[in-house]
Design a protein around this ligand. Structure first.
Ligand code: FAD
Length: 594
C-alpha cells in the first residue's frame, strides 16, 4: 500500500522508528502517493472528466499525490507548529504592519501559487500545460489532494481564486486592468493574492448588521470600520462589504469593494492588522482583526447589489470547503486503514476485530459520500459554466448541501480515525490532532451549519425550487443504472421521493424551521447513495461503491432499536469485499443490494 516517496524526509528519526518498530507502533501514511492509493478518486475522475483532459492532467494528479504524501505533508506538520507572527511596526516606528511566516509555509506557497497555480487555473490557459482554463472537476480534485496534507494554506489559495472570479465578473474594465494581471500572475515575488472580509463584531451570519462605512470624496471611496475575522489578513487585495453613506440599513444597502494593501504610489493603505487570532486550527494561516481608517477602496459592480455579488464568492468557497472536508476525511481513512492493518492487539491485527471493522466503516462511508458529492457538484459547475440552466439550478442546492454535511461529518470522522490509532493518535507528532483541530472550522466559516441548512430549505428549495432539478437528475441516474438489482433501485427511488416530500413540507411551513438540518442531512444522504449506486453501474466500474450506497441507507438513513443487537450477515459480507481492496464487478455484490 505504500508507494515510495520521491522526497527525502528531514525527520530521519521518525523514518528510522518506522523501520525499527513496525510490529509495535503502527506506521502512518508518510511516503504514500495519495493519488495512487485512492482507487475511488482515480476511477471517478475518469467518469467526471473528459477523456482528453483526464489524460493530460493525470500526471499532475499523480505528482501532487506524491507531494501530498511526502514533502507537503512534512512542511504542513512544521508550519502548524510555527504559526505566523504579526509585526505591528518597523524599527523606525512606522505602522508598516507585516506578518512573518515560517519557511515551511513559504515553501508550500511556492508549490501552490508558483508550481500548480491553483489560484489561476480556472481563469486562464497556461497552468499545468493546459491550453485553456481547467475544468472545475480537475481544480477541486487537485484541492482534494493538496488538503490531505495541508489545510490552512487552502484558504488563501481558494480565496485568491474566488476573488479573481468576482473581479472578472463584476469589476469595471479599468479595475480589471489594474488588478487582474497581478492576481493572475504565477510569479510569487510580484503577484497579488486575494481575500474576503465580511464578518464584523455585530455579526457574521447576520451580514446586514455590518457597520463599516464607505464615504466617497472627490471620486475616491474611503472605508472606515472594524473587520473582526480576516483570514489571509495580509493579502494584497481584499474584497469586502461596506455601507455607502446614506444607503439603507440591512443587506440591500451593502456595496462590494476591492481594498488594496498598497496604494498606487507604493504607500501602505490606511488600515491596520490589529492582532492575529490564536486559533484552535488552521494554525499555519494568519487570521486577524483589521481596523479600516479611511482606507482607499474601489467599488466593484453595482453599489446596490453588493451582497448578491459577494454571495458568488461565498458559494464558491462553500464548495471548496466541502472538498476540503472530503480531503481531510480521506486522509483519516488512509491513516485508519494503515494503522488497522498493522497494529497488533491480543495477537491479531486490529482490523480483524468486528467492532473495529464497524468503526472503520463509520469513517469510510462519510468519506466516500463526500467524494461522490463533491465530484458531482464540480461537474455540475462545469455544465453550468457552459450555459446549462438546469445545472445552475442543481448547483444552487448541491453547494450548501455539500458544505453543510461534509463539514459536519469531518469532525466525528477525524475523532474516529484518532481512536483507531489509540493513544498515539492523541499525540501532536501524529497527524490526527491537527486533523481534529482543523476539522472544526468547517462548521463555522462561510456560514455555520444552521445558516447552510437554512440556505438549503428557505432559499434553494423555498425560493429557487431547486429540489425539482435535483429530483430529475437523481431519478435519471436511478433509471439508467440497469445493472443494479431493481429492488435496490426501487428502494432508493422511494427514499428519494419521501425525502423530497419532507423537504418541501419543511420549506412550506415556517413552523417547521427547526427541521432544516434534518432535511439537509437526508437530502445529502439520499443524493450521495444514488450517486454511488449509479457510479458503480458503469461498465468496468468498481462495484464496491454500490455497497457504500447501501451502507448509507442502513447506517445514516435507517432506524436502529438501541436494544436490538447488530447481526447483519450482509454487512459482514460487505465488509470482506470493502476491506479486500480488490475491485469487484456488480455481479459480485448484487446479492447484497436489496
Ligand atoms: C478561523 C476563522 C476564520 C474566519 N475567517 C473569516 C474571513 O476571512 N472573512 C470573514 O468574513 N469571516 C471569517 N470568519 C468568520 C465566520 O464566517 C463567522 O464566524 C461565521 O459566519 C459565524 O458568524 P458569527 O461568528 O458572528 O456567529 P453568529 O452569526 O453570531 O452565530 C452564532 C450562532 O448562532 C447561530 N445562528 C445565527 N443565525 C441563526 C439563525 N437565523 N437560525 C439559527 N441559528 C442561527 C449560528 O449558527 C451560530 O451557531 C472566520 C471565522 C473563523 C473561526
Amino acid at each position: 500500500m505504500h508507494a515510495p516517496s520521491s522526497h527525502k524526509s528531514p525527520d530521519k528519526t521518525q523514518a528510522q522508528d518506522r523501520k525499527r518498530g513496525p510490529d509495535h507502533i503502527a506506521p502512518d501514511c508518510a511516503g504514500q502517493n495519495f493519488y495512487a492509493v485512492d482507487r475511488g478518486l482515480r476511477d471517478l475522475l475518469r467518469l467526471y472528466l473528459e477523456p482528453d483532459d483526464f489524460q493530460r492532467l493525470e500526471p499532475h494528479f499523480n505528482r501532487l499525490g506524491d507531494l501530498a504524501g511526502g514533502r507537503l505533508d512534512e512542511l504542513a506538520r512544521v508550519a502548524d507548529k510555527h504559526p505566523p507572527v504579526l509585526n505591528a511596526r518597523d524599527r523606525l516606528g512606522r505602522d508598516e504592519d507585516w506578518i512573518d511566516y515560517h519557511s515551511s509555509y513559504r515553501e508550500m506557497e511556492a508549490i501552490a501559487f508558483g508550481d500548480f497555480q491553483f489560484h489561476a487555473m480556472s481563469h486562464r490557459a497556461g497552468t499545468l500545460g493546459m491550453d485553456r482554463p481547467l475544468p472545475a472537476v480537475a481544480k477541486y480534485a487537485l484541492q482534494y489532494l493538496f488538503v490531505q496534507a495541508e489545510f490552512g494554506l487552502m484558504c488563501p489559495i481558494s480565496v485568491t481564486d474566488t476573488s479573481i472570479h468576482l473581479i472578472r465578473k463584476f469589476a469595471s474594465a479599468e479595475l480589471k486592468e489594474y488588478l487582474l494581471p497581478k492576481m493572475l500572475s504565477g510569479d510569487l515575488a510580484t503577484m497579488w493574492k486575494g481575500t474576503q472580509f465580511m464578518t464584523e463584531r455585530a455579526g457574521g451570519s447576520d451580514v446586514g448588521a455590518i457597520e463599516t462605512v464607505a464615504r466617497c470624496e472627490d471620486g475616491v471611496w474611503r472605508l472606515s470600520g472594524d473587520k473582526w475575522f480576516c483570514s489571509h489578513a495580509d493579502a494584497d487585495v481584499a474584497l469586502l462589504l461596506a455601507r455607502p453613506e446614506g444607503a439603507p440599513a440591512g443587506t440591500s444597502g451593502l456595496a462590494l469593494f476591492a481594498l488594496p494593501r498598497r496604494l498606487k504610489d507604493g504607500r501602505r493603505n490606511a488600515y491596520r492588522i490589529v492582532r492575529l487570532k490564536d486559533k484552535l486550527g488552521t494554525r499555519s494561516m494568519a487570521s486577524g482583526e483589521i481596523l479600516l481608517e479611511g482606507a482607499v477602496a474601489y467599488l466593484v459592480g453595482d453599489a446596490g447589489r453588493g451582497l448578491k455579488q459577494m454571495m458568488e464568492q461565498v458559494n464558491l468557497s462553500r464548495l471548496s470547503h466541502g472538498v476540503r472536508a472530503a480531503a481531510m476525511m480521506r486522509r483519516c481513512v488512509n491513516e485508519a486503514m494503515v494503522c488497522a492493518r498493522s497494529r497488533v492487539a491480543f495477537g491479531k491485527a486490529i482490523i480483524q476485530y468486528p467492532l473495529l471493522r464497524r468503526q472503520l466503516l463509520k469513517i469510510a462511508v462519510p468519506s466516500e459520500q463526500s467524494l461522490s458529492m463533491f465530484l458531482f457538484t464540480a461537474s455540475t459547475m462545469d455544465r453550468a459554466n457552459a450555459g446549462s440552466k438546469e445545472a445552475e439550478s442543481l448547483l444552487r442546492i448541491l453547494t450548501p448541501l455539500l458544505k453543510f454535511r461534509a463539514c459536519r461529518d469531518n469532525i466525528p470522522v477525524a475523532t474516529g480515525a484518532m481512536e483507531v490509532r489509540g493513544g498515539n493518535g492523541y499525540i501532536e507528532e501524529w497527524v490526527h490532532a491537527r486533523l481534529i483541530r482543523d476539522a472544526h472550522v468547517g462548521v463555522l466559516w462561510e456560514g455555520t451549519s444552521n445558516i447552510n441548512a437554512l440556505d438549503v430549505v428557505t432559499r434553494a428549495i423555498g425560493k429557487s425550487r431547486a429540489q425539482r432539478t435535483l429530483r430529475e437528475a437523481l431519478a435519471r441516474r436511478i433509471d439508467e443504472a440497469t445493472p443494479i438489482p431493481s429492488a435496490f433501485r426501487d428502494r432508493l427511488r422511494l427514499r428519494l421521493e419521501r425525502t423530497l416530500a419532507f423537504a418541501e413540507r419543511v420549506a412550506a411551513e415556517p413552523a417547521l424551521e427547526a427541521s432544516a438540518r434534518q432535511v439537509a442531512s437526508a437530502l445529502y444522504h439520499v443524493s450521495s447513495a444514488i450517486l454511488m449506486m449509479s457510479e458503480s453501474a458503469r461498465p468496468g466500474a468498481d462495484a464496491r461503491r454500490a455497497l457504500y450506497a447501501r451502507l448509507v441507507l442502513e447506517h445514516r438513513m435507517g432506524t436502529q432499536d438501541p436494544l436490538d443487537p447488530i447481526t447483519c450477515d450482509w454487512e459482514r459480507d460487505a465488509e470482506k469485499i470493502l476491506f479486500s481492496e480488490t475491485p469487484v464487478a456488480i455481479t459480485d455484490v448484487a446479492g447484497l443490494l436489496s
